[in-house]
Design a protein around this ligand. Structure first.
Ligand SMILES: *Cc1c(COP(=O)(O)O)cnc(C)c1O
Length: 227
């Protein structure tokens, strides 16, 4: 069998097993194929296998690949500089990496100019790592309370990244904490805030993320490089 198909089957089996262990429906998990390390031909191949959601961490790469596959759903998952905002708003189904207030303002300004809404996830730095982007868990409430000032911004949930070198089980408390923040704030009524999605889990740790409540997982290496 084709190796991409084999990898995809493996990932689907891993998702299914993780879901079964906590009584979740695998249909509720969205797989975002992180295509940042592969070329357009590979992305097209994945599309032919039925993958419809792709993630990129650089604006230029996203724009280029989207040009070849406009029918797919494109997710921006990487750090976003404010001077790139004009090149990304309107191109993505979801920006996972809203990590600071001035970026929120820049996204809103561009979206207002284009007269469109921009759906985003608030990136939360649960582990508190210096080098990682994201608002601190203690600042989430205040950030959300300020969102109505930027009416073109639609907060659709949260994203987090676990520390890279951790053992699989060490990331569980991080994913659990993000799920708890969502649960605590789920029913607050703030215009333009609807905490529908948790984007968490990558190749190394997506089973744990699924067990802890991930709605969206972002998988690159396991899919495209088969490990
Ligand atoms: C690269 C990347 C991923 C995918 O990581 P893999 O370990 O290759 O699955 C997920 N999320 C973000 C933000 C990334 O930059």
């Amino acid at each position: 069998m084709d190796s991409l198909q084999t990898s995809l089957n493996n990932i689907q089996n891993r998702i299914n097993r993780a879901c079964a262990s906590v009584n979740r429906d695998p249909a509720d998990i969205t797989l975002v194929a992180v295509s940042k390390t592969v070329n357009v031909e590979m992305v097209e191949k994945a599309y032919r296998l039925g993958i419809r959601n792709f993630g990129e961490n650089r604006v230029a790469d996203l724009a280029e690949k989207q040009g070849s596959l406009p029918d797919a759903n494109w997710h921006m998952i990487g750090r976003l500089q404010t001077n790139k905002v004009k090149d990304i708003v309107g191109k993505t189904c979801l920006i996972h990496s809203l990590d600071r207030w001035n970026l929120a303002e820049a996204l809103h300004k561009r979206a207002a100019y284009m007269e469109i809404d921009v759906p985003v996830l608030l990136q939360v730095n649960i582990a508190g790592e210096e080098q990682k982007a994201g608002v601190s868990p203690t600042d989430v409430d205040q950030f959300l309370q300020s969102i109505p000032q930027l009416p073109r911004l639609k907060i659709m949930g949260f994203m987090t990244m676990a520390p890279l070198e951790s053992e699989t089980e060490e990331v569980r408390p991080i994913f659990r904490e993000l799920a708890e923040i969502r649960k605590r704030l789920y029913h607050i009524h703030i215009p333009n805030v609807e905490l529908r999605y948790l984007s968490m889990g990558m190749s190394q740790d997506f089973e744990v993320a699924v067990q802890e409540g991930a709605d969206i997982i972002r998988v690159g290496t396991s899919l495209f490089h088969g490990s």
